[in-house]
Design a binder for this molecule. Sequence first.
Ligand code: PEP
Length: 250
Amino acid sequence: MRTPIIAGNWKMYKTLGEARELVAGLLAGLGEGAACEVVVCPPYTALASVGEQVANTPISLGAQDVFFEAQGAFTGAIAPQMLCDVGCRYVIVGHSERRQYFGDTDATVNRKLHAALANGLRPIMCVGESKPQRDAGEAEAIVTAQVRAGLADVTAAQMAEVVIAYEPIWAIGTGDTATSADAQAMHAAIRATLVEIFGAETAQTVRIQYGGSVKPDNVDELMAQPDIDGALVGGAALKADSFLRIIQFQ
Ligand code: PEP
């Protein structure tokens, strides 16, 4: 049994006050807890404050990125230990926006993933194809190659800490969700790749999230798919009521 995991990626939204207000709304709505694991990933500036707010609650804290070096002259970068220090349990690596605008490659994503694991952080590794790649029939080859490269030199034991997020780039922030059948097909292909790398037993335990315009009105159908184990949510995670509805998928 894989415990579903729903994570909110707030991207470059929310001042400190807004972040705290959103978390207060989520905590009030969650009450005793949730049937799935819940993660929020605020911007760096709100991590410490939100970290205090969610300590000992059903919400875990995640960051949106991390650098792979431990410390040094890397202006603007944040080290894994700094994320642990403010209470992070998770960190997103390889989001398509980091790949597109900030130069992340499969190789740097792999280094970030190893740095996260070495520091006790759980990486949420994003993979996904562009629209031209999908239209050319290359989606599965692109995504499974990203999975292999991102997970290079990871052990089967370490996979207990890794979450994979399949996020077709054309579905992020566009309102254009993959059909649940297309998403399931890609998740199955990712799991088949994990079987080849780590064996069937490990592959069955790895959680694979879907991301790309997940909303209250499509989450139930997506989560009903056998290989979809959660969601990475952007826009709909910025308001308490819509994120709560997604967490409470049927
Ligand atoms: C994301 O930020 O990873 C994402 C999937 O965004 P959205 O839900 O807005 O498409």
